[in-house]
Design a protein around this ligand. Structure first.
Ligand SMILES: Cc1ncc(C[n+]2csc(CCOP(=O)(O)OP(=O)(O)O)c2C)c(N)n1
Length: 673
C-alpha cells in the first residue's frame, strides 16, 4: 500500500490489476459488507433468527472468488457471503433464502448458506464442520478425470482444522495431487475457543510440509494479497502441481453468532483488528492510488444500500415456505434412473452357477463397462483386489484412474465420492468391512443422504458394505449395520441374499442415480452358489421375492436370514408344513405389498434378522405388519434377531448370539399359537 500518496496521483494498475478490475473488486467487497450491516439491523428487529458474521473477513471470500475462474468449484462456509455475491447468484432468491422465505434456494428446507448452486459451481456447506473438505477432493478428481483444468477452493475455519475430515481431505488431495486449494480463514477463535487451545503448531500452514504439499501463510485482510496468492496457487494446481494449504490470518470482529457476544475476547484484540478492516484498507488504497474518489465511494455504497433495502423489502413480503407431505417426500430421492431389465426364467435357468462373491465382481465389471463414469474407490481395492477379492482384476482391466486405492480413510472416501457424484460420476466406495462404516457415518447420513432433499442435486453413489457374522470375526468385523441407516431419509438400502440378486441389485444400485447402501454378506461370499446370468441385467430396487412358497406361515427376512429361513422351511416341509419365505432384497424402500400379501395369505408371520433384536430393522417390519395385516393374523407377529450384545469372537459364543439358533423354536411357537 502506498499510504500518504497525494490524492491527485493517478495510477493505471495496482499489483497488475487494471483500474476497472480494481473498481470491480471494490464493489465485490463492499456488497457483502453492506448486506451484512443490513442483516444486523434485521436481527435486532427480530426479522432474522440467526447470523454468523463475516464482517472483517471479507477479503478472503472475495479474493478467492475473484482470483478463480467462474467454473472453478468453491465450497464456502458460514461467513463467506462474499462467495455467493462474488459469483453473482440471483440476489432476490438469495435474500429470500437468507430470510427464510418462500422462493429461496432451499425453499425453506435449510438455512442461510446451506445450499449449493450448480450453475455457479458453488457447493454449499452442511452444519458439520470439516465435512465439505473431502467433497472438494472429489470435485477436483472429477475435473482431472474429465481432462479439465479446473481448480477447487474449499474454505475452513481454524477450529474446523481439528476435525478428522480436514486431515483426511488434505492428505487425500496430497496423495492424489489434486487441484484443491484448502483455504483456512484463521479468525483466531472457534466459537469461544482461542487458537492457542485449538492447535499446537505455530501456523496451521506449518502442517503443509507434514502432508507434503505447498503451504502459504498470509494476511487475510489484504484483498490484493489474497487475490495474488490464490492466483498463484491456482496456477500451480492447474499445472498439475497439486494442492496448496492457504492460511489467511484474519479476525472475527463480532461474536460467533450475533446472540453470543464477544465477552471472552480481549477488547484490545478487537480494537487492533478493527484498525485493519479489509474494506477500509482496500478503499484507502484505491483512494490513495487515485482509482476511486471519496464521492465515488459514497455513491457506490449508497447505490448498494438502496438495492439491499429493496431486496429485503421484497423478500420480507414473500410468504413463509409451505409444502405438503407428498411434495416433501418426493424430494428425498431424485427420480430413479433405473430401467428394469430383469432376467426371465429361461435366462436364469440357463445361467452358469457362480459364487455370491463372483457375482459381485461380475456386476462391478459390467457396471464399469457400461458407464465410463463409474469409478471405484476403497482400501486395497486396486492391484490387491480388496480383502475379499471383490475387485480382483478390475484395476488391470479398467486402469487405476477408475479403480482407486484410497489411503485408510472412510469419511474422506465418501466425501470425495460425493464430490464425484455432484460432477456426474457414479462412484462406488468399498468399505473394507461393514463395521468401519462408522468412521464415515457423518458423511453418509448428513452429507450424502440429505443433499438431494436440501438443494436437489442428484447423488448417484454405491457404498458396498461387507456385513454380518458367522465367520468368527468378533465384535468389530461381524456387525449388521442396516438399522443405523434405515432411519435416515435419503439412503436406499439393499441386501441381496442370492448370487443372482447380488449382481442384479448391484447393477441397479449403479443405475438408480441415488445413494445406495449395498449390504453384501461375508458368510455368503464363498459359501453360496447359484445361477448368475451373463452380461447386463438388473433386479429392481424395492421389490421382494418369494424365495419359497408356503401356506402355514411367512418368514420375512433378508441377507443371510434367507439361507437360514430356507433351511428351516425345508426341515418343516419334511414334516408336512409349508413355510413361505419372503426375501425382502431391498430394505429401503421395502416391498410392503408383497410382504403383506404373503402374510395375509398365511395368517402367521415371523420377522427374522441377524442384527441385535432391539431396534433392528425387523422391528419396523413387525410394526407395519402388526397393524396392516391385523385382520388376517392368527398369531401375534413373531420376531427373531441376534442377542442384544456385541458379536462375540468365539464361534461357540457366536452361536449363542446368532438368531439362527432361535429360529426353529420361534417358528414352532408361531405355528402352535
Ligand atoms: C462437527 C461440528 N462440531 C461442532 C459444531 C458447532 N460449531 C459451529 S461453528 C463452530 C466454531 C467453528 O470455528 P471455526 O472453524 O474456527 O470457524 P469460525 O466460526 O471461526 O468461522 C462450532 C464449534 C459444528 N457445527 N460441527
Amino acid at each position: 500500500m502506498s499510504e500518504g500518496r497525494p490524492a491527485s496521483a493517478v495510477t493505471d494498475r495496482v499489483e497488475g490489476l487494471s483500474r476497472d478490475r480494481l473498481r470491480e473488486l471494490h464493489r465485490m467487497i463492499l456488497l457483502p459488507r453492506l448486506i451484512e450491516e443490513k442483516m444486523l439491523v434485521l436481527l435486532r428487529q427480530g426479522k432474522l433468527s440467526k447470523w454468523f458474521s463475516g464482517i472483517g473477513q471479507e477479503a478472503i471470500a472475495v479474493g478467492v472468488t475473484a482470483a478463480l475462474e467462474p467454473d472453478d468449484p468453491i465450497l464456502p462456509m458460514h461467513r463467506n457471503l462474499g462467495v455467493f455475491t462474488g459469483r453473482s447468484v440471483d440476489l432476490p432468491t438469495l435474500f429470500r433464502q437468507l430470510l427464510g422465505r418462500d422462493g429461496g434456494f432451499t425453499r425453506g428446507r435449510d438455512r442461510t448458506f446451506h445450499f449449493g448452486h450448480v450453475e455457479k459451481h458453488i457447493v454449499g456447506m452442511i452444519s458439520h464442520l470439516g465435512a465439505m473438505l473431502p467433497v472438494a477432493d472429489g470435485l477436483a478428481l472429477a475435473a482431472r478425470l474429465k481432462g479439465e483444468r479446473r481448480v477447487v477452493a474449499a474454505f475452513t475455519g481454524d477450529g474446523a482444522t481439528s476435525e478428522g475430515d480436514f486431515h483426511e481431505a488434505v492428505n487425500l488431495a496430497a496423495v492424489w495431487r489434486l487441484p484443491v486449494l484448502f483455504v483456512i480463514e484463521n479468525n483466531q477463535y472457534g466459537l469461544s475457543t482461542p487458537v492457542s487451545e485449538q492447535y499446537a503448531c505455530k501456523d496451521l500452514a506449518d502442517r503443509g510440509s507434514g502432508y507434503g504439499i505447498a503451504a502459504v501463510v498470509a494476511d487475510g485482510n489484504n484483498l490484493l494479497g489474497v487475490y495474488r496468492i490464490v492466483s498463484e496457487a491456482a496456477e500451480r494446481a492447474r499445472r498439475g502441481e497439486g494442492p496448496t494449504l492457504l492460511e489467511f490470518k484474519t479476525f472475527r470482529i463480532r461474536g460467533h453468532e450475533e446472540a453470543s457476544g464477544t465477552d471472552y475476547v480481549p477488547p484490545a484484540l478487537i480494537e487492533e483488528w478493527s484498525r485493519k478492516d479489509p474494506v477500509v484498507g482496500f478503499e484507502t488504497l484505491l483512494l490513495n492510488e487515485g482509482i476511486l474518489s471519496a464521492a465515488e465511494r459514497e455513491a457506490a455504497a449508497q447505490e448498494i444500500r438502496n438495492r439491499v433495502d429493496a431486496l429485503v423489502t421484497e423478500a420480507l413480503a414473500a410468504p413463509e415456505p409451505t409444502s405438503s407431505a407428498a411434495a416433501e417426500l418426493a424430494d428425498v430421492f431424485a427420480p430413479s434412473l433405473l430401467h428394469p431389465a430383469e432376467p426371465g426364467p429361461e435366462t436364469k435357468a440357463a445361467a452358469p452357477e457362480r459364487r455370491y462373491l463372483d457375482a459381485i465382481r461380475d456386476g462391478l465389471g459390467v457396471a464399469m463397462k457400461r458407464n465410463a463414469r463409474v469409478v471405484l474407490m476403497g482400501q486395497d481395492i486396486a492391484e490387491y483386489g480388496g480383502v475379499f477379492k471383490a475387485t480382483q482384476g478390475l484395476a488391470e482391466e479398467f486402469g487405476k484412474e477408475r479403480v482407486r486405492n484410497t489411503p485408510i480413510i472412510e469419511s474422506g472416501a465418501i466425501g470425495a465420492a460425493l464430490g464425484l457424484a455432484l460432477e456426474g460420476f457414479v462412484p462406488m466406495v468399498e468399505m473394507q468391512f461393514g463395521d468401519f462404516i462408522t468412521c464415515a457415518f457423518n458423511q453418509i447420513v448428513n452429507n450424502v443422504a440429505k443433499t438431494h432433499y436440501r438443494w436437489r442435486a442428484r447423488v448417484p453413489m454405491v457404498i458396498r458394505v461387507p456385513v454380518g457374522g458367522g465367520v468368527g470375526a468378533g465384535p468389530f468385523h461381524s456387525q449388521n449395520v442396516e438399522s443405523w441407516f434405515t432411519g435416515v431419509a435419503g439412503l436406499k438400502v439393499v441386501a441381496p441374499a442370492t448370487p443372482c440378486d447380488a449382481k442384479g441389485l448391484l447393477l441397479a444400485a449403479f443405475e438408480d442415480g441415488n445413494p445406495v447402501l449395498y449390504l453384501e454378506h461375508k458368510l455368503l461370499y464363498r459359501s453360496l452358489k447359484g445361477p448368475v446370468p451373463e452380461g447386463h441385467y438388473t433386479i429392481p430396487i424395492g421389490r421382494a421375492h418369494i424365495a419359497r412358497e408356503g401356506d402355514a406361515a411367512t418368514v420375512v427376512t433378508y441377507g443371510v436370514g434367507v439361507s437360514w429361513a430356507l433351511e428351516e422351511a425345508a426341515a418343516q416341509a419334511a414334516r408336512g408344513t409349508r413355510i413361505e419365505v419372503v426375501d425382502l432384497r431391498s430394505l429401503i424402500p421395502w416391498d410392503r405389498e408383497s410382504v403383506l400379501a404373503s402374510v395375509r395369505k398365511t395368517g402367521r408371520v415371523l420377522v427374522l434378522y441377524e442384527a441385535p433384536l432391539t431396534g433392528g430393522f425387523g422391528a419396523e417390519l413387525a410394526t407395519v405388519l402388526g397393524r396392516e395385516a391385523f385382520d388376517s393374523l392368527d398369531a401375534p407377529v413373531a420376531r427373531v434377531g441376534g442377542l442384544d450384545t456385541p458379536v462375540p469372537f468365539s464361534r461357540r459364543l457366536e452361536e449363542t448370539y446368532s438368531a439362527k439358533g432361535r429360529l426353529a423354536g420361534a417358528l414352532e411357537e408361531l405355528l402352535a399359537y
